[in-house]
Write a new protein. Structure first.
Length: 435
């Protein structure tokens, strides 16, 4: 699915000087700094995500349909806001500013979870938190993409996602330890999460270079040069208009990316539902529930960089489709395998492999499809199509669980995923790939 094109506009000379690789990771320094911000922020957000399903269903008594609605809001709002964040970042030519606003808004929402106990209040807080995520995602990924040569995009996003996933690994572990140690466990998780989120914002403000830093400034890093050159490269352009951003949909390969991302997102069950299904199927104690995301995160962490590099070499369509085949295998295990002690480990390993094969490959593909000055807008269009589809999937899956039970709901999603992956394999041709 995630294809590239050799027809990318060449930003010669100055832009390439900002893309020098780090001595160890082989990626630009700005990728490592943004990875650190994502690591810290994911510790905060995954602390909440790890306990939220059980908190809503067992403590507040939400039905699967009610939880599916909130989970849909959690994903759907960020999808809609991604378009705004991506366009504004391109329009003001300051990706750091828009990313900072997004990180800051999410940090402000964490303490509000302590006060929310109804569906309306929780929905509002989660919507604001996801608004922050939507604002920051496209500008952040644009900074990574613009600092990296097209042929190394998969590795760069793999390194970033590996650092991001380190936070996703530490977040549930932190939540687990807090729940075991604190009397009011959920409140303590939400409070600590707020403090960690503020730290992430501070790292972004202090260490991620802004567009006004000159490349010749004493002490400026390669990342600073990249950001400065990005601004100067676009300096002669008029502000990006909405019409210009929407015109990206005329690009056949962008339409193919967005359409297939949406199609497959309609049948990709939310992580929270996967963990609830696994908990109910195997009888895992509630106190161990926050550790389930650790399995997914650990496998994702180990495989993100090598799988990203593999996608650069053998083709992103191949790796992407293989990732969805792995996810389908995980659904089959949940449906038909006996509840043995090995089942949680197998399902979580497959779940993490799916993310390693898909999550960083989408933005990596757009380097050769979207012009530099519209990179954030292009990322937002494709990311929004996928996230909106997953919003619909959360609502539909929650409703199906409520009416027919978890087994039939998952069976329907598995059948849909098989059909959609087959269609994506036909639409996205191997001949279109750049290796």
């Amino acid at each position: 699915m995630y294809l590239t094109d050799r027809s990318a506009p060449a930003q010669a000379g100055a832009a390439d000087r900002g893309r020098r690789r780090g001595p160890v990771t082989g990626v630009a320094p700005v990728v490592l700094v943004l990875g650190t911000v994502s690591l810290i922020t994911d510790i905060s957000s995954e602390m909440v995500t790890a306990v939220l399903p059980l908190y809503l269903v067992t403590t507040l008594g939400f039905s699967p349909l009610g939880f599916g609605t909130l989970d849909g809001v959690y994903n759907g709002v960020s999808a809609l806001v991604q378009l705004t964040g991506g366009h504004l970042a391109d329009r003001v030519r300051d990706h750091k500013l828009m990313a900072g606003l997004g990180y800051g808004l999410s940090a402000l929402c964490k303490p509000l979870l302590l006060l929310a106990s109804s569906v309306g209040a929780l929905g509002t807080v989660l919507a604001l938190d996801r608004t922050g995520k939507g604002l920051r995602t496209a500008p952040r990924d644009a900074m990574i993409s613009l600092s990296t040569p097209a042929e190394r995009q998969g590795r760069a996003f793999g390194v970033h996602r590996a650092m991001d996933t380190t936070g996703a690994l530490l977040g549930p572990l932190t939540a687990f330890l807090i729940l075991r140690a604190a009397a009011d466990g959920y409140d303590a998780v939400f409070g600590v999460s707020a403090c960690v989120a503020v730290l992430g914002v501070l790292v972004l403000v202090l260490f991620v270079p802004g567009r006004r830093r000159a490349a010749g400034t004493p002490g400026a890093s390669d990342a600073g040069a990249t950001a400065a050159e990005e601004g100067s490269a676009a300096g002669g352009r008029q502000p990006v208009r909405v019409r210009e951003a929407l015109a990206l949909l005329r690009l056949p390969r962008l339409r193919a990316l967005a359409g297939c991302a949406a199609l497959l997102g309609l049948t990709t069950v939310s992580d929270a539902f996967v963990y609830l299904l696994l908990q109910r199927r195997t009888g895992i104690a509630e106190e161990w529930f926050p550790l389930l995301p650790l399995g997914t995160a650990a496998v994702f962490l180990v495989l993100a960089v090598p799988v990203g590099s593999l996608a650069d070499r053998i083709g992103r369509r191949t790796v992407f489709l293989a990732g969805h085949a792995v996810l389908l295998t995980g659904y089959a295990l949940l449906l038909w395998t006996p509840a043995t002690p090995a089942l949680p480990f197998l399902v979580l390993a497959l779940h993490g492999t799916f993310y390693a094969a898909t999550d960083g490959v989408l933005p990596a593909a757009l380097a050769g499809v979207v012009p530099d000055h519209l990179r954030a807008s292009g990322l937002a269009i494709v990311g929004t199509s996928q996230a909106l589809a997953r919003f619909c999937c959360s609502l539909a899956f929650g409703a199906a669980w409520t009416m027919w039970g978890p087994g039939p709901a998952l069976a329907g999603s598995a059948a849909g995923l098989l059909c959609c992956a087959t269609v994506a394999g036909m639409v996205l041709r191997p001949a279109d790939e750049t290796r």
